[in-house]
Design a protein around this ligand. Structure first.
Ligand SMILES: NC(=O)c1ccc[n+]([C@@H]2O[C@H](COP(=O)([O-])OP(=O)(O)OC[C@H]3O[C@@H](n4cnc5c(N)ncnc54)[C@H](OP(=O)(O)O)[C@@H]3O)[C@@H](O)[C@H]2O)c1
Length: 295
């Protein structure tokens, strides 16, 4: 199977490359090699490689910066997937797997969101991501799947885990919100579900996939601190101070509750999610060998 991956240097892009099966003929392109917002570039890349499958791991993920950079967020998160879907449509049987986010929801729910639940994004990032998933499903309904995930981290990249580790090391204490609830998810888990879906050509539509378990950012930070000390990444246990979200403290509004209901995906994919603590421990263990990048 010929697979084109976009956003190859991102967290999920790297995890996809690292976990690919030997039988996959891979073309993995970074932003510098393929800007998915550039229709002509996408058309030329797809025409030249003629993939059986495109996995779009590219996105504008700077949630706060997107508020003052709406055009670029739209170009990458909405127009990019549209370009990919249009170009995939021109290649016989070419499928598209696209990644989206819990930020398409407003977070006012009190139980995990199902794929069919009403969306209502609070931010430019969430809005443009929603436009992207809608474009993919409209243009390529029989040959696409959208995988919504949340709170993605990896041993490299810009993410909550590495930011917490840096702040804990520098300051010895961090204040973390107790009122943002979600499911921490390793990029490797997202890659795993994508490769699983790659082998299931008849699965289309929206899938929810995260690591198993629902926690607050505060509890997530406490787990990072505990594991980091146990693994020798931090010499002393840092203080994790609970706080509540201060409205207006960040440029973008974030959903307070972003748990995704995985049941339909578990059944349709016959796949079991990994407990988030297991994934966190694995990612931090990987860091044990090499110190975290500064983010
Ligand atoms: N990170 C999260 O917490 C999270 C949560 C829910 C869903 N998701 C979704 O998961 C997917 C993967 O995210 P991630 O965590 O791997 O993000 P990431 O680490 O920020 O990676 C995104 C990649 O996209 C690239 N990119 C940006 N603009 C591009 C363009 N115009 N053309 C091609 N590539 C472009 C970036 O390149 P540069 O680095 O060179 O800019 C980066 O390598 C995205 O769809 C994201 O929306 C992420």
């Amino acid at each position: 199977m010929k697979v084109l991956i976009t956003g190859a240097s991102g967290q999920v892009g790297r995890a996809l490359i690292a976990s690919r099966a030997a039988a996959i003929e891979l073309l993995a392109l970074t932003r510098g090699e393929l800007d998915i917002g550039d229709w002509t570039a996408v058309r030329d890349a797809v025409r030249a490689f003629r993939p059986d499958l495109i996995i779009n791991a590219a996105a504008y993920t700077a949630v706060d910066a997107a508020e003052s950079d709406q055009q670029r967020a739209y170009a990458v998160n909405a127009q990019g997937p549209r370009n990919l879907a249009e170009c995939a449509r021109a290649i016989s049987a070419c499928r598209l797997l696209h990644i989206s986010t819990d930020y398409v929801f407003d977070g006012r729910a009190s139980e995990p969101y199902r794929p069919s639940d009403a969306t209502n994004p609070l931010s430019t990032y969430g809005r443009t991501k929603l436009q992207g998933e809608q474009a993919v499903l409209e243009l390529l309904p029989q040959r696409s799947a959208v995988i919504r995930t949340a709170w993605v981290y990896a041993p490299q990249g810009k993410n909550f885990v590495l930011t917490m580790l840096r702040l804990m090391r520098e300051r010895g204490a961090v204040s973390v919100v107790t009122d943002q609830i979600g499911s921490p998810t390793a990029a490797s888990s997202v890659a795993n579900v994508l490769w699983h879906l790659a082998a299931l050509a008849d699965r289309t539509g929206i899938f929810h996939w995260t690591d198993a378990g629902v926690v607050s950012r505060y509890d997530f930070a406490r787990a990072i601190a505990a594991d980091a000390v146990a693994l020798g990444l931090l010499s002393t246990l840092p203080q994790v101070v609970p706080m509540t979200t201060v409205d207006g403290a960040t440029a973008a509004h974030r959903p307070k509750y972003g748990a995704l209901d995985l049941q339909a995906s578990i059944q349709q994919l016959q796949l079991a999610p990994i407990p988030w603590r297991t994934s966190l421990h694995a990612a931090l263990s990987e860091l044990g060998a090499a110190p975290p990048q500064s983010v």
